[in-house]
Design a protein. Sequence first.
Length: 354
Amino acid sequence: MGNLDSEASVDRARMRVQYLVRVGETELREVAIPQPSTGEVLARVNLALTCGTDLKMLERGHARLPSGPFGHEWAGRVAAVGEGVREFETGNRIVATPTAPCGDCVYCLKREESLCLHLFEDVALGAYGEYLLLPRHIVRRNAFRIPEAVSDAQAAVLEPLACVVHGAGRVDLSGDRTVVFLGDGPITLLFLQVARVGGAGRTIVIGRHPRRLEAARVLGADAVIDSRESDPRSAVEALTDGLGADTVVECVGRPEAWHEALALARRGGEVLFFGGCEKDATVSFQTERIHYDEIDVKGAFHYTPATVRRAWDLICGGAIDAHPLITHRRPLDDLTGAFDLVRRRAAVKVAIVP
Ligand SMILES: [Zn+2]
Ligand SMILES: [Zn+2]
């Protein structure tokens, strides 16, 4: 009996978590369940979501994120709390973003926390696993208790939605503007909903996957353009009296798409480059588009505590429907199968259930 008990407790002290070993390779490892130190929270993951960033990390590596424990969109329950944690107790449902700014560096002091110099130093990665340890600065700044009315799936889109809210704040999506989203992935599907809340006039989605374009329509796109069937530039011109879009939001993350985004904007319009390209990627463009046509170009990266909070309020207020984005479910040991679905664009997002 004693032996069985101690074996069982050893068992309980281990957990499974997916590691990104190197580009192209993940591995399900068994490791010790971490114990929370002062200010930290240990969460048990109920569900994690695949993300375009993870696909990039898997296919080509990432300019900012390291290999190691894999996965960063999730929702779960508090399994243990470290000393001094007051906001959470064991059993609470919880969600958090994978990073939080330091609060002290030159960018944090300017309130430009998406540029924090220490953003990637102590991250909470490993959501494709059974437990996830949240460092103190994340617990303090970017973690929330999930209310009963909010499902795990809804809560788990907090991180991508916070990025989208951050991006949306850098352009004008309001009033009678025509906004073109280039790309038909989960980011566009979230952007559409944020744009609708912000009162965007007309939204057009350009993509090449009928099922995703259909999801875009369901989520409120006024027009969708299948780029395999028609030339996006002529199609946008036809919809805008030959002018082009007031705002173009690039959500693909490839140089060709960056190039195309600039071509879709009207004179005096603006372009938001939301999709991060491969490290060292370059794009060339006609300078006259920026100079003579006065097109404003901007980048958007990551999120700040303010946009995380705004994203969380949108989720809790019922303004965001995450369910059309989550098209498949897979167990933790079939991460490869899950990313195959995403790579083939058969899935939008896959829920990974430990
Ligand atoms: Zn993500
Ligand atoms: Zn900082």
